[in-house]
Design a protein around this ligand. Structure first.
Ligand code: NAD
Length: 429
């Protein structure tokens, strides 16, 4: 029996929007095809370690508030755990646990020597001053110190954390171990061991897999219309790079609305406008759609959901017009959405492959920090290209071999690699 069947209650509509059920479903499909034994499945399903910490923090008004934080290490068979830290009011252990597993598969699919981890702190950063955020970050770092380290677990930014947060983590860790240890986190400012090209890496990776997938479909950039949902680090950079490669980007959106110009958007001008005003609205050389719900259904050949999860579902998958969907965001397509796209012959490049450019350059950052020798942006970009292209083709070949879609192909590649290493290392007793 597949894990999906085991884990998914009959009420699929309630579960459809739970991306972690989708992932468990995918894990089950791939584990069945790989004929993984029950023991190995159990090992790969469970996190290796979970830490919950309570953190008293002195607030600006002199009161003490106690925050809760988590760090979950899903699997470190292939190397130190890698994964972001998010600050949000609704963080919970289940979510962090699932995101940690996701990172194991993402690192494995691009074959970088990391396992998966994730961290979270329950807080609302909008209600915290910079000083409070710094004290909270430092206390969280001190509280999880025992399981962190360049050879153990290497965090990175995630929701509501950024380069500054990483700098505080690096400094706190370094103060405790009495030496500057830049490789303990990635996504740092370049001046303290960050990598050139890191900020653009996820969008660049998206562009690279679009290129490889389009070649498979026999399409050239010039005859490809692109719709991108989201105009941030992933969508904005991805759209700009695709425009540079000659694709016709006809629509981009942010959380307020979408721009649409069937003749193609001038992406550098759009990004200048966005930088200036903070919104896409007001850009003059395109129509502005206030309610951008229908954006995903616009006529195009390539659709890139790069904003948030659960965007392509049983509700709209039958109206998607693209030939190719490349998942810039994590979990933008539900399992049911994927089934509908599959039945309509629409190719989907899954998140764990499509947006793995970011973690790949995080790996390069860690390597550079450990070498103490920093690469040019050209070297970073060309190594990223090698990794993404190789990963895309290993997934495509695996999918072809098993006659499955690219998502299952990606999970097959990822799980097989981790399971093999696990068997080689053996069970420590
Ligand atoms: P971001 O905050 O930089 O940008 C998000 C963009 O999406 C913004 O333009 C926002 O206005 C827009 N948006 C939000 N909700 C929207 C909606 N309902 N409709 C249309 N637009 C909407 O975030 P990001 O870093 O670009 O991340 C986007 C997605 O990619 C997330 O799922 C994230 O987990 C995933 N991801 C990011 C990275 C990375 O390196 N940044 C790596 C892997 C995966």
């Amino acid at each position: 029996m597949s894990e999906g069947t085991k884990n998914q209650p009959a009420n699929a509509s309630r579960d459809e929007l739970n991306p972690f059920h989708s992932m468990a479903h995918q894990f089950g499909l791939a584990a069945d095809l790989l004929e993984l034994d029950e023991g190995t499945r159990d090992v790969l399903r469970q996190p290796d370690r979970e830490l919950t910490v309570s953190m008293p923090v002195m607030m600006d008004d002199g009161t003490i508030e106690v925050f809760t934080g988590y760090r979950v290490q899903h699997n470190f068979s292939r190397g130190p755990c890698k994964g972001g830290i998010r600050f949000a009011p609704d963080v919970n252990l289940d979510e962090v646990r699932a995101l940690a597993a996701w990172m194991t598969w993402k690192c494995s699919v691009v074959d970088i020597p990391f396992g998966g981890g994730k961290g979270g702190v329950i807080c609302d950063p909008r209600n915290l001053s910079q000083g409070e955020l710094e004290r909270l970050t430092r206390r969280y770092t001190a509280s999880i110190m025992d399981i962190l380290g360049p050879d153990r677990d290497v965090p990175a930014p995630d929701m509501n954390t950024n380069e500054q947060t990483m700098a505080w983590i690096m400094d706190t860790y370094s103060m405790h171990v009495r030496r500057t240890t830049t490789a303990v986190v990635t996504g740092k400012p370049i001046a303290i061991g960050g990598s050139k090209g890191r900020r653009e890496a996820t969008g660049r990776g998206v562009m690279l897999v679009c290129r490889e997938a389009m070649k498979k479909l026999g399409r050239s950039p010039e005859d490809t219309r692109v719709v991108v949902q989201g105009c941030g680090n992933v969508g904005g950079v991805g759209a700009l790079l695709l425009h540079r490669e000659g694709y016709k980007v006809v629509s981009v959106s942010d959380m307020y609305g979408a721009l649409y110009n069937p003749d193609g958007l001038d992406m550098p001008a759009v990004m200048d406008h966005l930088r200036g005003s903070g919104r896409l609205e007001g850009y003059s050389s395109a129509d502005y759609i206030v309610n951008s719900e229908g954006q995903l259904e616009l006529p195009c050949e390539l659709l890139i959901p790069a904003a948030t999860e659960n965007q392509i579902t049983s509700k709209n998958a039958d109206r998607i017009q693209a030939e190719l969907v490349v998942e810039g965001a994590n979990g933008p397509t539900t399992s049911r959405g994927q089934e509908i796209l599959d039945s309509r012959g629409i190719m989907v490049v899954p998140d764990i492959l499509a947006n793995a450019g970011g973690v790949t350059v995080s790996y390069f950052e860690w390597v550079q920090d450990r070498m103490g020798y920093f690469w040019t942006e050209e070297i970073v970009n060309s190594r990223l290209e090698q990794v993404m292209v190789r990963a895309f083709h290993s997934v495509a070949d695996m999918a072809e071999k098993h006659n499955v879609n690219l998502r299952t192909g990606a999970y097959l590649v990822a799980i097989d690699r981790v399971a093999r290493v696990y068997r080689m290392r053996g069970v420590f007793a």
